[in-house]
Structures are given as structure tokens and as C-alpha cells.
Design a binder for this molecule. Structure first.
Ligand SMILES: CC(C)(COP(=O)(O)OP(=O)(O)OC[C@H]1O[C@@H](n2cnc3c(N)ncnc32)[C@H](O)[C@@H]1OP(=O)(O)O)[C@@H](O)C(=O)NCCC(=O)NCCS
Length: 299
């Protein structure tokens, strides 16, 4: 996939360990890290460049990342020199080469096979409202949601946690946190429901909390995926479970999965009722009479 390099033109030929390279897509945080890792920044720019100019450099790197993500026909793009001032950013020269055979589809509709890392699927972000008008956001999880996800899981009642994980665990292991938050959006998906609550620690200014979590991970057969869903106890029976699950099914179908399935405790009436109402079939699990295999054919 594409690679973004930040540095001086001279550094192109220098020792690779001095080069600052990163795989797009880059958000502001990653773009900043790319710039600050470069020898050019450490040796030349850091002592001279002001806050505004550094911000606009960072923004330029993010824009380059967006271009190469959304335009797979770009083979190389070289901006040199780039002048970063306090009030403006100017490219003194720009060279671009395009691939010999143009791709016909846009990544937004056909995916991102030209990228090593699949971009965050912003098209799956939706602002919704509870019946009382309070807004909540349905969105794919982000790597930076780790702490919020852990807080959400810890805050569940023992019953909800048990229904979801079929274990007495109180919180996620660090490995589970990274497994759930660092998702390969091309092959699998984790969706969260997030809303704002007042934050007494910050004079009541609102902060975002997670109130629902749904995901699917591919099964070893590559054709189907196993889903799971949990809604915060105080947020149940407001339609979140149905909406997260519906969004998950649509995304699984879009990714070409043939079925999704999950194991649900036979005593879990709310989940069995929800899934039945969404058209899922509910079979006995031959290996474990306490569980039901609840699945949906997507083809
Ligand atoms: C099961 C669960 C996800 C449902 O989420 P939810 O947001 O409360 O569900 P919704 O408000 O969208 O309700 C959707 C449907 O589910 C069913 N349902 C939900 N809660 C129910 C309950 N307590 N009793 C009976 N049916 C219930 C109903 O059919 C409901 O439709 P309706 O509102 O038209 O009657 C939630 O109870 C939960 O997180 N439980 C703990 C974790 C768990 O069991 N996960 C499943 C294991 S993978």
C-alpha cells in the first residue's frame, strides 16, 4: 500500500533509519508523530517553526493522506518545496504520477484494496436520537476507545456481563481491549453507541461515554462471522440493541459475509426475543444444552 514520507529532499537518499515513513491513513495525531520523528524536524524545524506553522504542516500531511486514500490512481506525489509560515502554507512545486491503468471505482463504493491499512469507515457514523430527543451516535469503534470500552464493561451489571461473556470476568484483559478496538474494518466490525453525560470532574461539562457495543469477528471458514452485543443496563429497552444489531447485519452483508451466528444462553429471553424479531433462526447447540446457536443467512 501507499507510504507517506516527511523530510528534506536530500534525505531521500539517506540511511532508511533516519527517514520518517508512515502508512496512511493518518489522523492529526499520527501526522504529528510522523513529522516529529523526522530528522528535518528535530534538526531544523523544531527550534524555528511556530505553533501555527506546525499545525498547518500537520494538516497538510493529513490532506495528503486523504488524497492517497481516496484516489487510488495516484502512484507518486511529491510536494517540494513546501513553505510553512504562521499565516499560510504554500507548495512551491508538486509532481504527481498516475498509475498506467486507471481504477474505475471510487474507494467509497468499492473498498480500499490499494491500502495496507483500511481507513476508518466514516460512512457508518450516524447521529440518532432517543425518544426523549437526546442524541446518541452509532459509529465504528476507534483504537482510542480502549479506556471508554473498559469503563463500559466494568459498569455493566454482573448479570449483563455474564449474559454477554458467559463468564464471571469483571473487566476485559488488555488483549481483549486491543482485539476489540483495533479492528481490521475491511474484514470485521465493532460498532458502539456513544452519548454525552455531564462530567462532575470537569464542572459538569459533558463527556462521551459508551452505552452499547456490538461486533463481529470472522469465523475460521472466512464465510461467516460470530457476533455479540451488549447494551448498558441503564440504556436497555430504548431500541439501542435493535439499531446496533441492524447496522451490524447491513455491514456484514456489505462485506460479503454469507451468514452471521452467535451463541446465546438459552435463559437469555431478551436477546432471543430481539434476534427472533430480526429474522434469526434459533437452534439447539449440540455441544451444550445451555446455549442456543442463533444465526442469520445473509445471502
Ligand atoms: C439483549 C439486549 C442486547 C437487548 O438490548 P436493548 O437495547 O435493551 O433492546 P431493544 O430496546 O432494542 O429491544 C429490542 C427487542 O428485544 C426484546 N427485548 C429487549 N429487552 C427485553 C426484555 N427485557 N424482555 C423481553 N424482551 C426484550 C424485545 O423484543 C424488544 O422489542 P420491543 O421493544 O419492540 O418489544 C440487552 O438486554 C443486553 O445487553 N443484555 C445483556 C447482554 C446480552 O445478553 N447480550 C447477548 C449475548 S451475545
Amino acid at each position: 500500500g501507499p507510504v507517506i514520507r516527511f523530510g528534506s529532499a536530500r534525505s531521500r537518499s539517506e540511511n532508511p533509519s533516519n527517514r520518517s515513513l508512515e502508512l496512511p491513513p493518518l489522523n492529526g495525531f499520527l501526522a504529528r508523530q510522523l513529522i516529529e520523528r523526522s530528522r528535518l524536524w528535530r534538526r531544523v524545524l523544531a527550534p524555528r517553526v511556530g505553533h501555527m506553522a506546525a499545525e498547518s504542516l500537520q494538516q497538510a500531511v493529513v490532506l495528503v493522506s486523504e488524497m492517497v486514500s481516496e484516489l487510488p490512481d495516484i502512484e507518486t506525489l511529491d510536494i517540494d518545496p513546501l513553505y510553512a509560515g504562521e499565516t499560510h502554507l504554500r507548495a512551491g512545486g508538486l509532481r504527481m504520477t498516475l498509475t498506467e491503468t486507471p481504477g474505475c471505482a471510487t474507494p467509497q463504493t468499492s473498498g480500499y484494496p490499494h491500502m495496507a491499512i483500511h481507513p476508518y469507515p466514516t460512512r457508518l457514523v450516524h447521529v440518532r436520537r432517543f425518544n426523549d430527543g437526546i442524541p446518541w451516535v452509532l459509529r465504528p469503534i476507534r483504537p482510542e476507545d480502549g479506556e471508554a470500552l473498559q469503563e463500559f464493561i466494568r459498569g455493566l451489571s454482573e448479570r449483563s456481563r455474564y449474559m454477554r461473556f458467559v463468564s464471571m470476568m469483571r473487566e476485559l484483559t488488555p488483549r481483549m481491549v486491543s482485539r476489540y478496538t483495533q479492528v481490521d474494518y475491511h474484514r470485521e466490525l465493532a460498532l458502539v453507541a456513544a452519548t454525552q453525560v455531564p462530567n462532575p470532574a470537569n464542572r459538569g461539562h459533558p463527556r462521551e461515554v459508551l452505552v452499547g457495543f456490538a461486533h463481529y469477528l470472522r469465523n475460521p471458514d472466512g464465510r461467516g462471522a460470530e457476533y455479540a452485543l451488549v447494551i448498558g443496563d441503564d440504556w436497555q429497552r430504548r431500541g439501542l440493541g435493535r439499531q446496533l444489531m441492524t447496522a451490524l447485519i447491513d455491514a456484514a452483508r456489505e462485506q460479503g459475509l454469507e451468514y452471521i451466528d452467535g451463541l446465546v444462553l438459552s435463559t437469555n429471553r431478551p436477546m432471543l426475543a430481539l434476534m427472533t424479531s430480526l429474522g434469526f433462526t434459533n437452534d439447539a447447540d449440540p455441544e451444550d444444552p445451555t446455549m442456543r446457536r442463533v444465526w442469520l443467512n445473509l445471502t
